[in-house]
Design a protein around this ligand. Sequence first.
Ligand SMILES: [Zn+2]
Length: 136
Amino acid sequence: MFDFFWDRVEIGAPDECWLWRGRPNRGGYGYVWFDGRQERAHRVAYYLAQGEWPAPQCLHLPLDGQGPHDRRCCNPLHLYAGTNRDNVGDRLPLSGARNGRYKVDPDAVRAAEGSAKAVGKRYGISDARVRQLRAS
Ligand SMILES: [Zn+2]
């Protein structure tokens, strides 16, 4: 149901930058009209992947030896939550994917069209997890 958003993102492998296809603004960020307001594309990506909005200071993670991160990047795995919920949360990258507890909106996954593999790629989860969610 959020295909209108992901259709505008150059979706790649989890370790690649998923660039916003639209024109960036002067600050280098992609912007999208979402939920009745202009929102930074990478924040929307985070919201769709995690099921909750990141803090306003949601930032891109540094890339190893590749210079500054492209601000158009919408890969949820490349974003800091920037949350104040606890003291370490704003410094840690989204490590959930590594420990297998990456949080997605189950309803969004169930509603997503396409093969389990394609949907899993879109949400940063395994195709097995997609099938599991669909069956639940
Ligand atoms: Zn990136």
